[in-house]
Design a protein around this ligand. Structure first.
Ligand code: NAD
Length: 254
């Protein structure tokens, strides 16, 4: 049965000036990329210390061999699902101002979203922390591990935030701007337990913004700050939400 709250959420989204989406690992689950935690999470199969920044530079060969397996073999072929596509369509029709994502899988960008705030970086770039140069990931760069900077021969690191690393300043500033400027936050597929990212919807709520949440199960946000909780998979709920939004647009146009 359809959830009547989806129509209510669509009406709210169509009635405000600015909506920000805030996404977590759950939005990419239906693209075949599991979350980190939970019974089927990545950390039930792999040692999370490979993403610890100190460990990475102490033993880059060991870290890189697991990182390559997870991010550049298993997930490289993943494609955006209906939820990523719905967000990009909503942006194209003026209903999403920006997507702030905790994900590093590049799927919002692949889906066509133009304003994507990469709060934890992006796995599709490698960075040399010595000279600061960025390189798009290629098979060639990952043939011999660890990959080395062609410019200064230092170990290259995926350009996403490892445990023990700070959030990129610009991404954090841009995300904070959204907590002030947006009327509604659409929070999709995140537990709300990974800080400081998790504090963004809390900050938005403290500024009086409306929180619409989509998740297969209640998160730590649900009892605390969520105004409308839409329970279901990101792909199914977002498709339905977007189709209501398009219908409301047609009504308003006529
Ligand atoms: P999480 O792993 O802590 O939680 C995932 C959330 O998604 C849970 O609340 C779960 O109930 C929900 N969920 C699972 N399947 C769903 C579905 N089909 N539809 C809707 N919701 C669903 O994820 P997190 O809170 O994003 O934090 C983990 C951190 O790990 C993130 O910061 C992110 O950077 C990183 N991460 C990224 C990826 C990726 O890039 N795809 C994958 C795993 C982890």
């Amino acid at each position: 049965m359809q959830d009547p709250h989806i129509y209510q959420a669509a009406e709210i989204i169509c009635s405000v000036k600015r909506v920000t989406a805030f996404t977590g690992a759950g939005i990419s689950a239906e693209s075949g990329i599991p979350p980190f935690r939970g019974p089927n999470g990545l950390w039930s199969r792999y040692d999370s210390s490979v993403l610890d920044i100190h460990h990475f530079y102490q033993d880059p060969v060991r870290s890189w061999s697991t990182i390559k397996k997870i991010f550049y073999e298993n997930f490289q072929a993943a494609i955006p699902n209906a939820a990523h596509l719905a967000l990009s369509d909503m942006e194209a029709h003026g209903h999403i101002h920006a997507v702030i994502t905790q994900n590093i899988d590049n799927l919002h960008q692949k889906a066509g979203s133009r304003v994507v705030i990469e709060y934890h970086g992006n796995s599709q770039r490698l960075i040399c922390r010595k000279c600061g140069r960025l390189y798009p990931v290629t098979e060639e760069l990952l043939l011999d591990l660890p990959p080395l900077c062609p410019n200064c021969h230092q170990v290259l690191k995926p350009d996403f935030v490892f445990f023990g690393e700070p959030i990129p300043v610009k991404a954090h500033q841009n995300a904070l701007r959204e907590t002030r400027a947006s009327d509604v936050w659409l929070v999709i597929g995140t537990t709300g337990e990974v800080f400081p990212a998790a504090s963004l919807p809390l900050e938005a709520k403290s500024r009086g913004k409306k929180i619409i949440e989509i998740n297969i199960e209640p998160s730590s946000y649900t009892p605390q700050i969520t105004d409308i909780f839409l329970q279901g998979t990101a792909a199914s709920v977002m498709s339905e939400l977007n189709s209501w939004i398009r219908k409301i647009d047609v009504l308003h146009a006529g």
